[in-house]
Design a protein around this ligand. Structure first.
Ligand SMILES: [Zn+2]
Length: 537
C-alpha cells in the first residue's frame, strides 16, 4: 500500500516539474534583429543584435544566453551593450550575458537593447566544407545551440519574430526564416541579404544558411511558395527529391489548418540531423539528395513540424513529444494517404518494435522528467511511442473527432506554447470524453501492455474462452483489444474486448472452431506479447 501511495505522489511531482532552464518570467523578447557578417578568410563572425524586450515586471538587470570564449579561441566576445545610444554595464560569464540597466525598466515597458559582439562559433553556426568541398555556413540550433552564435533567451517558451541581415561574399546565396526583403551588392564583392520572419518562432528554429545554391520554385500551395535550395552540383537530383514537399504541404494544410509561415524552402545542408525543421526553411542532411525521390517520409515529418514544434511549441522540453510525436505520426498519415494502408501499418509495426526494444532497455515514461541532457530527449519514446499514442487516440475517438481535436489544438496554440494537458483538453473538447486516464497511462507512466493470452474452444457451447494476462511489471493498462478470428474457409471476423485488469477471462461465441486467432489484427494497439492455444487443447 505504501508503495502505491508513494508512486502516485511521485507521478504528481514529476508531472509538474520543469526542465532545468533558468526562466526569467519578467522578460519577454518580442523581436530579434540580427546583423551578421561572415567571410571566407576566417571563421570569425561580426554581430550586432537588436533585441526588443517587453519587461513584465520592474527589472534593473537581466541575463541572456550567449556562449563565452573558450581556451581554443572560440566563442563570442561582447564589446558593447547599449539602449538608445547609452552604454549599459554588462558582464559575460558562464555563457550568460548579464546586463544592468542604468535606468531600470518598469512593468510593461519595452526597450531595444543593442549588443555588439564577435567571435568564432564553436557550435550552432556550423562553418565548414560541404561534400563537394565548397565552403558553407549553416545554423543548426536544436535544442539550445542558438546561443553559440546569437544572444538570445535560448528556450522554446520565449518565442519571437526575427530578422537576419547577413553580409557575405557575393557568390553565396543566403537563406533564412520568413521573407527576403532585400538583396544588395555592396563594395568589396560582398552582398547583403535581408530576411524577415513576422511570425513568432522559437530560437531552436531561427537559422541562416549561406552557400552556393541552385534554387528552384517547386510549386505553390495557396499563397505559400515552395522552394528547393540545393548545392549546384546536386541540382537535378535535388529538384526531384525535394519536390514532394508541395503535395505534403497541401495535404497537411487540409488536415491541420493554415500553414503558419510565409514560405516553405527545402534546403540541402550540413545539419547533424536527418532533417531539421527550421521555421519556413527546413535543412536536410546533404546525402538526402540521391535523385531517387525517396525522401517523402522525411519531408512529411519536417513539414509537419512547421505546425507542431515550430508554431504550437512545447513550453517545456520534457513535453517534446508535442513536436516529435506529432511529426512522426503525421508523416505516417501522409504515407497512408499516398501509399495506402499496408505501408502505413508497416511503419507503425516498425515503430512498435523500436518502442518495445527501448522499453526493455529503459522503462521510462514519455514525459521523462529525469532527463536533464536535452539530447537524450531524442529517443523512441518521444518519437515512436508518442506517435503510437496519437494513433491509439485516433482509433479510440474515431477519425473525425480525432482530426477535430488536432485542428482545435493547432487553432488554440498556433504561434504559442503548450503542455501535455493543453492537448488533452483539446481532444476532450472534441470528443466530450474524459481522457485523463488515457493520457496518464500512455504518457506519464512507463511501459506498455505485455500480453500473454491463452485460448480454448468449447465445441458443445460453441464459444472460445480467452484467458488474458498483462505480464508487465507496471500496473494494469486499460485498452480495447481486437481479437481476429480466421476460419478454415478464409473468412475473418473481429471481436473487440475491453481489458482493464491484469488477469481477465472472456467468452466469445463462434459458430465453429477458428483455425487461427490473432491479437490486434488492425495494428491499433501498442503492446507486446502473443496468443496461444491453452495446454488442454
Ligand atoms: Zn522531428
Amino acid at each position: 500500500m505504501l508503495r502505491a501511495a508513494v508512486l502516485v505522489f511521485l507521478t504528481y511531482l514529476f508531472a509538474h516539474a520543469e526542465d532545468p532552464y533558468l526562466r526569467n518570467r519578467s522578460l519577454d523578447v518580442t523581436h530579434y534583429r540580427f546583423e551578421l557578417s561572415v567571410n571566407d578568410s576566417t571563421n570569425r563572425i561580426e554581430g550586432r543584435a537588436t533585441l526588443s524586450i517587453l519587461f513584465k515586471s520592474p527589472v534593473s538587470s537581466f541575463e541572456l544566453d550567449l556562449v563565452n570564449g573558450n581556451s581554443q579561441g572560440e566563442g563570442m566576445r561582447v564589446s558593447r551593450v547599449s539602449i538608445a545610444g547609452k552604454d549599459q554595464p554588462f558582464s559575460h560569464e558562464k555563457d550568460r550575458l548579464k546586463i544592468a540597466l542604468t535606468d531600470p525598466a518598469k512593468t510593461n515597458e519595452k526597450r531595444e537593447v543593442i549588443i555588439l559582439y564577435s567571435g568564432i562559433p564553436e557550435d550552432g553556426l556550423i562553418i565548414s566544407k560541404n561534400k563537394f568541398g565548397d565552403r558553407t555556413f549553416f545554423g543548426d540550433n536544436w535544442p539550445d545551440r542558438a546561443h553559440h552564435w546569437l544572444p538570445v533567451v535560448d528556450h522554446p517558451s520565449d518565442k519571437a519574430t526575427c530578422e537576419f541581415l547577413v553580409t557575405a561574399p557575393e557568390e553565396y546565396q543566403v537563406i533564412a526564416n520568413g521573407i527576403k526583403t532585400e538583396e544588395a551588392f555592396l563594395p568589396n564583392h560582398v552582398k547583403l541579404t535581408h530576411w524577415k520572419e513576422s511570425v513568432e518562432i522559437p530560437t531552436k528554429v531561427m537559422v541562416i544558411g549561406v552557400a552556393k545554391f541552385s534554387i528552384q520554385k517547386a510549386g505553390q500551395v495557396d499563397n505559400i511558395a515552395v522552394e528547393t535550395w540545393v548545392y549546384p552540383q546536386n541540382a537535378d537530383a535535388g529538384f526531384i527529391d525535394y519536390a514532394p514537399a508541395v503535395p505534403v504541404l497541401q495535404f497537411l494544410q487540409q488536415k491541420i489548418g493554415p500553414y503558419p509561415y510565409e514560405k516553405l524552402a527545402n534546403v540541402q545542408s550540413t545539419t547533424r540531423y536527418g532533417g531539421m525543421e527550421n521555421a519556413s526553411n527546413i535543412f536536410y542532411f546533404e546525402n538526402s539528395v540521391t535523385g531517387k525521390n525517396d525522401d517523402e517520409a522525411l519531408i512529411a515529418h519536417e513539414v509537419a513540424h512547421q505546425w507542431f514544434g515550430n508554431s504550437a511549441s512545447e513550453k517545456d522540453w520534457h513535453h517534446i513529444w508535442l513536436s516529435e510525436g506529432f511529426a512522426t505520426y503525421l508523416s505516417h498519415v501522409y504515407i497512408e494517404h499516398t501509399h495506402g494502408q499496408l505501408a502505413f501499418t508497416d511503419a507503425l509495426q516498425e515503430d512498435r518494435r523500436q518502442v518495445i526494444a527501448f522499453y526493455k532497455d529503459k522503462p521510462a515514461p514519455i514525459l521523462d522528467t529525469t532527463i536533464t541532457t536535452l539530447a537524450h530527449l531524442l529517443n523512441p519514446n518521444s518519437y515512436q511511442k508518442a506517435g503510437w499514442v496519437l494513433h491509439m487516440l485516433r482509433h479510440e475517438l474515431g477519425d473525425s473527432v480525432f482530426w477535430e481535436g488536432v485542428r482545435g489544438y493547432y487553432k488554440s496554440f498556433r504561434n504559442s506554447n503548450a503542455l501535455t494537458n493543453d492537448v488533452r483538453r483539446q481532444f476532450e473538447a472534441a470528443s466530450g470524453k474524459d481522457l485523463r486516464k488515457f493520457f496518464d497511462q500512455w504518457l506519464y507512466r512507463p511501459g506498455l501492455p505485455i500480453l500473454s493470452v491463452n485460448w480454448s474452444y468449447d465445441p458443445s457451447g460453441q464459444f472460445i474462452t480467452l484467458n488474458v494476462n498483462q505480464t508487465q511489471l507496471e500496473g494494469a493498462f486499460s485498452f480495447p483489444l481486437e481479437i481476429g478470428l480466421l476460419q478454415e474457409n478464409g473468412t475473418e471476423a473481429g471481436q473487440k474486448i475491453r481489458i482493464d485488469q491484469k488477469h481477465q477471462d472472456f467468452r466469445i461465441s463462434v459458430k465453429e472452431k477458428p483455425s487461427k486467432i490473432a491479437l490486434d489484427p488492425k495494428c491499433v494497439l501498442l503492446f507486446d506479447g502473443q496468443i496461444r492455444p491453452s495446454r488442454t487443447e
